[in-house]
Design a protein. Structure first.
Length: 216
Protein backbone atom coordinates (compact mmCIF):
# COMPACT_ATOMS: atom_id res chain seq x y z
CA UNK A 1 0.00 0.00 0.00
CA UNK A 2 1.37 3.39 -1.02
CA UNK A 3 1.43 5.98 1.78
CA UNK A 4 2.19 9.68 1.60
CA UNK A 5 3.08 11.01 5.04
CA UNK A 6 3.32 14.78 5.47
CA UNK A 7 6.32 15.72 7.57
CA UNK A 8 6.13 18.27 10.37
CA UNK A 9 9.41 20.06 11.04
CA UNK A 10 8.66 23.01 13.32
CA UNK A 11 10.27 25.08 16.06
CA UNK A 12 7.23 26.24 18.01
CA UNK A 13 3.91 24.89 19.28
CA UNK A 14 1.77 27.25 17.22
CA UNK A 15 3.21 25.94 13.95
CA UNK A 16 2.82 22.37 15.18
CA UNK A 17 -0.86 22.82 15.99
CA UNK A 18 -1.49 24.56 12.66
CA UNK A 19 0.12 21.73 10.68
CA UNK A 20 -1.68 19.01 12.60
CA UNK A 21 -5.01 20.74 12.03
CA UNK A 22 -4.22 21.14 8.34
CA UNK A 23 -3.30 17.50 7.83
CA UNK A 24 -6.13 16.02 9.87
CA UNK A 25 -8.41 16.93 6.97
CA UNK A 26 -6.23 15.09 4.44
CA UNK A 27 -4.47 12.05 5.87
CA UNK A 28 -4.47 9.45 8.63
CA UNK A 29 -0.74 9.43 9.29
CA UNK A 30 2.02 12.02 9.63
CA UNK A 31 5.73 12.07 10.38
CA UNK A 32 6.93 14.30 13.21
CA UNK A 33 10.52 15.40 12.64
CA UNK A 34 12.53 16.04 15.80
CA UNK A 35 16.06 17.38 15.27
CA UNK A 36 18.57 18.34 17.94
CA UNK A 37 21.66 20.54 17.59
CA UNK A 38 23.74 17.64 16.26
CA UNK A 39 21.55 17.61 13.15
CA UNK A 40 20.67 21.25 12.63
CA UNK A 41 21.77 24.72 13.70
CA UNK A 42 18.15 25.51 14.53
CA UNK A 43 16.70 22.59 16.52
CA UNK A 44 13.01 21.74 16.31
CA UNK A 45 10.62 21.33 19.18
CA UNK A 46 11.73 18.49 21.42
CA UNK A 47 10.19 15.02 21.52
CA UNK A 48 7.97 15.76 24.52
CA UNK A 49 6.62 18.99 23.03
CA UNK A 50 5.97 17.32 19.69
CA UNK A 51 4.05 14.46 21.27
CA UNK A 52 1.99 16.50 23.71
CA UNK A 53 -0.04 18.19 20.97
CA UNK A 54 -3.51 16.71 20.67
CA UNK A 55 -4.30 15.00 17.37
CA UNK A 56 -6.28 12.13 15.88
CA UNK A 57 -3.48 11.33 13.43
CA UNK A 58 -1.23 8.28 13.58
CA UNK A 59 2.31 9.51 14.20
CA UNK A 60 5.66 8.28 13.01
CA UNK A 61 8.43 10.10 14.88
CA UNK A 62 11.70 10.71 13.04
CA UNK A 63 14.24 10.99 15.85
CA UNK A 64 17.15 13.04 14.50
CA UNK A 65 18.73 13.02 17.95
CA UNK A 66 21.67 11.53 19.79
CA UNK A 67 20.76 8.13 21.29
CA UNK A 68 17.17 7.89 20.02
CA UNK A 69 16.68 4.80 22.18
CA UNK A 70 16.37 7.16 25.15
CA UNK A 71 13.06 8.43 23.76
CA UNK A 72 11.36 5.12 23.08
CA UNK A 73 9.53 5.05 26.40
CA UNK A 74 8.12 8.50 25.72
CA UNK A 75 7.03 7.41 22.24
CA UNK A 76 5.30 4.39 23.74
CA UNK A 77 3.61 6.48 26.42
CA UNK A 78 2.21 8.88 23.81
CA UNK A 79 0.93 6.19 21.45
CA UNK A 80 3.39 6.67 18.61
CA UNK A 81 3.05 4.32 15.63
CA UNK A 82 6.67 4.12 14.44
CA UNK A 83 9.84 5.32 16.17
CA UNK A 84 12.56 6.00 13.61
CA UNK A 85 16.12 6.49 14.84
CA UNK A 86 19.22 7.51 12.92
CA UNK A 87 21.88 4.81 12.85
CA UNK A 88 24.62 7.48 12.92
CA UNK A 89 23.72 8.49 16.46
CA UNK A 90 22.80 5.23 18.16
CA UNK A 91 25.13 2.96 20.09
CA UNK A 92 23.38 -0.21 18.94
CA UNK A 93 20.94 -0.70 16.08
CA UNK A 94 20.11 -4.12 17.51
CA UNK A 95 19.14 -2.73 20.91
CA UNK A 96 17.11 0.10 19.39
CA UNK A 97 15.00 -2.31 17.32
CA UNK A 98 14.70 -4.78 20.21
CA UNK A 99 13.54 -2.18 22.74
CA UNK A 100 11.08 -0.60 20.30
CA UNK A 101 9.46 -3.97 19.72
CA UNK A 102 9.31 -4.72 23.44
CA UNK A 103 7.36 -1.47 23.82
CA UNK A 104 4.98 -2.47 21.00
CA UNK A 105 6.35 0.26 18.73
CA UNK A 106 7.14 -0.27 15.09
CA UNK A 107 10.88 0.17 14.70
CA UNK A 108 12.44 2.29 11.98
CA UNK A 109 16.12 2.75 11.11
CA UNK A 110 17.10 5.93 9.26
CA UNK A 111 20.19 6.36 7.09
CA UNK A 112 21.44 9.87 6.32
CA UNK A 113 22.48 10.82 2.80
CA UNK A 114 26.19 10.98 3.58
CA UNK A 115 26.24 7.62 5.41
CA UNK A 116 27.37 4.51 3.54
CA UNK A 117 24.52 2.02 3.33
CA UNK A 118 26.98 -0.63 4.53
CA UNK A 119 26.72 1.00 7.97
CA UNK A 120 23.19 -0.40 8.23
CA UNK A 121 23.28 -3.57 10.36
CA UNK A 122 21.39 -5.95 8.11
CA UNK A 123 20.44 -8.40 10.85
CA UNK A 124 18.82 -5.53 12.75
CA UNK A 125 17.35 -3.98 9.61
CA UNK A 126 15.42 -7.07 8.60
CA UNK A 127 13.79 -7.07 12.05
CA UNK A 128 12.68 -3.45 11.66
CA UNK A 129 9.32 -2.47 10.21
CA UNK A 130 10.78 0.48 8.30
CA UNK A 131 14.00 1.75 6.78
CA UNK A 132 14.03 5.48 6.12
CA UNK A 133 16.36 6.65 3.37
CA UNK A 134 17.27 10.31 3.36
CA UNK A 135 17.38 11.89 -0.10
CA UNK A 136 18.81 15.09 1.41
CA UNK A 137 20.98 15.72 4.43
CA UNK A 138 18.92 15.30 7.60
CA UNK A 139 17.87 18.37 9.55
CA UNK A 140 16.76 20.93 6.97
CA UNK A 141 13.78 21.36 4.66
CA UNK A 142 13.84 22.50 1.04
CA UNK A 143 17.04 20.75 -0.12
CA UNK A 144 17.63 19.24 -3.55
CA UNK A 145 16.75 15.57 -4.01
CA UNK A 146 19.70 13.18 -4.47
CA UNK A 147 19.36 10.30 -6.92
CA UNK A 148 21.57 8.25 -4.57
CA UNK A 149 18.42 7.63 -2.54
CA UNK A 150 16.84 5.74 -5.44
CA UNK A 151 19.86 3.46 -5.77
CA UNK A 152 19.65 2.69 -2.05
CA UNK A 153 15.95 1.85 -2.20
CA UNK A 154 16.58 -0.53 -5.11
CA UNK A 155 19.47 -2.15 -3.26
CA UNK A 156 17.36 -2.74 -0.15
CA UNK A 157 14.58 -4.35 -2.17
CA UNK A 158 17.11 -6.46 -4.07
CA UNK A 159 18.52 -7.69 -0.76
CA UNK A 160 15.03 -8.76 0.24
CA UNK A 161 13.82 -6.12 2.69
CA UNK A 162 10.05 -6.57 2.89
CA UNK A 163 9.09 -3.83 5.32
CA UNK A 164 8.28 -0.23 4.56
CA UNK A 165 10.93 1.82 2.80
CA UNK A 166 10.43 5.54 3.28
CA UNK A 167 12.13 8.19 1.16
CA UNK A 168 12.45 11.46 3.02
CA UNK A 169 13.59 14.83 1.66
CA UNK A 170 13.03 16.49 -1.69
CA UNK A 171 9.98 14.37 -2.51
CA UNK A 172 7.77 16.42 -4.86
CA UNK A 173 5.94 16.27 -8.20
CA UNK A 174 9.21 15.77 -10.08
CA UNK A 175 10.63 12.97 -7.90
CA UNK A 176 7.71 11.07 -6.39
CA UNK A 177 7.25 8.71 -9.34
CA UNK A 178 10.94 7.78 -9.31
CA UNK A 179 10.71 6.90 -5.63
CA UNK A 180 7.75 4.60 -6.19
CA UNK A 181 9.33 2.86 -9.17
CA UNK A 182 12.52 2.30 -7.19
CA UNK A 183 10.52 0.39 -4.56
CA UNK A 184 9.59 2.93 -1.89
CA UNK A 185 6.12 2.62 -0.40
CA UNK A 186 6.21 5.49 2.12
CA UNK A 187 6.84 8.98 0.80
CA UNK A 188 7.62 11.65 3.38
CA UNK A 189 6.60 15.00 1.94
CA UNK A 190 7.48 18.34 3.51
CA UNK A 191 7.72 21.80 2.01
CA UNK A 192 6.28 20.89 -1.38
CA UNK A 193 3.00 20.16 0.39
CA UNK A 194 2.57 22.65 3.20
CA UNK A 195 3.90 25.56 1.15
CA UNK A 196 1.48 24.90 -1.70
CA UNK A 197 -1.20 27.53 -2.39
CA UNK A 198 -3.88 24.83 -2.25
CA UNK A 199 -2.64 22.04 0.01
CA UNK A 200 -5.54 19.66 -0.64
CA UNK A 201 -5.12 19.86 -4.43
CA UNK A 202 -1.39 19.40 -4.08
CA UNK A 203 -1.86 16.30 -1.92
CA UNK A 204 -4.33 14.88 -4.45
CA UNK A 205 -1.85 15.55 -7.25
CA UNK A 206 0.97 13.79 -5.40
CA UNK A 207 -1.30 10.85 -4.63
CA UNK A 208 -2.28 10.53 -8.29
CA UNK A 209 1.34 10.60 -9.42
CA UNK A 210 2.30 7.93 -6.88
CA UNK A 211 -0.55 5.64 -7.89
CA UNK A 212 0.22 6.07 -11.59
CA UNK A 213 3.84 5.21 -10.98
CA UNK A 214 2.84 2.11 -9.06
CA UNK A 215 0.71 0.75 -11.90
CA UNK A 216 2.91 1.77 -14.84
Amino acid sequence: MMVITPTIFVRNSIELEERLELYEELVKRVQLDVADKEFTLKPTLGVEEMLEAATTLERDVHLMVVEPIDWLNQCHKEGVRTAIGHIEYMSSQKEFVKEAKELNLKAGLAVDLETNLKELDWLSAIEAEMILIMAVRAGKEGQKFSLEALRRVKELRKKGFRGEICVDGGVNEATISQCVKAGADVLAVGSCLWQAEEVKKQWQRLTQLAELAKTS
